[in-house]
Ligand binder design. Structure first.
Ligand code: GRF
Length: 227
């Protein structure tokens, strides 16, 4: 049985999707859940499932000296659990390239938008090439930009946030009456489906990537201009 560590800071619905899929053939177990927010509901979910839940203070970018110490402590903590894969599921702190190199091909992240996987600022969609929405406000930014489509992605983490190779992504079409809340709800439903699949892919074949998002309606690969 493979071992997972989940890093989060929020409600932990993606953690829940992993916990739920354990029984449905994930062939991996969440061994430890770490949050840099003490009040993250994800920690409660972990405890309710009988898993180790740890609050770890972690400095933001404004305090680089403290961050280095925090990164070392976090790596030591995770090493003790010998994770085959570390899943960032709402972890809101940037992790350095040195930290990521300590876990090569073993850190994946879920992001609420389509990502190109090659670090560029344009992503292929079934509505043609579209700007990429990175960062903490990707859902709001997609709405503000009047984008016709956004999505969800699971990708390998790199030192540049939301820029690593994509394991799986899927389109979510934006409706004219969408609010940030309604759109995020649909994106999360997709995340909950993609994350267990992508986790399994990363465990079975580390480094495996997909370059085209899945189409929301058909589940097939979405090709630019193919609508
Ligand atoms: C997800 O939408 C993920 O894409 C983003 O953080 C959110 C975490 O949500 N990185 P939850 O805590 O799993 O509900």
């Amino acid at each position: 049985m493979k071992r997972l560590a989940v890093l989060l800071a929020g409600s932990g619905t993606n953690l829940q999707a992993l916990l739920d899929s354990e029984a449905a053939g994930l062939d991996a177990r969440v061994e430890v859940v770490v949050s840099h927010r003490a009040d993250a509901y994800g920690l409660e979910r972990a405890k309710n499932a009988g898993r180790t839940a740890v609050y770890v203070p972690f400095a933001g970018r404004a305090d680089p000296a403290r961050r280095m110490g925090d990164e070392r402590r976090l790596a030591r903590l995770l090493d003790a659990f010998e994770p085959d894969l570390i899943v960032l599921a709402g972890w809101m702190r940037v992790l350095s390239g040195e930290w990521l190199e300590h876990f090569p091909n073993r850190v994946i992240n879920v992001h609420p938008a389509l990502l190109p996987g090659d670090g560029s600022d344009v992503v292929s969609t079934s509505f043609g090439p579209r700007p990429v929405f990175r960062g903490a406000h990707a859902v709001r930014d997609a709405l503000k930009a009047n984008a016709p489509v956004t999505g969800a992605s699971v990708h390998y983490a790199t030192a540049r946030p939301d820029a690593g190779p994509v394991i799986l992504s899927e389109e979510v079409v934006i409706r004219p009456d969408d609010t940030e809340h309604s759109l995020y709800e649909r994106i999360k439903r997709v995340e909950h489906r993609l994350l267990p699949r992508a986790t399994r892919m990363a465990l079975v074949q580390p480094g495996q990537v997909t370059t085209t998002p899945l189409n929301e309606r058909t589940g097939a690969l979405a090709l630019a201009g193919g609508r």
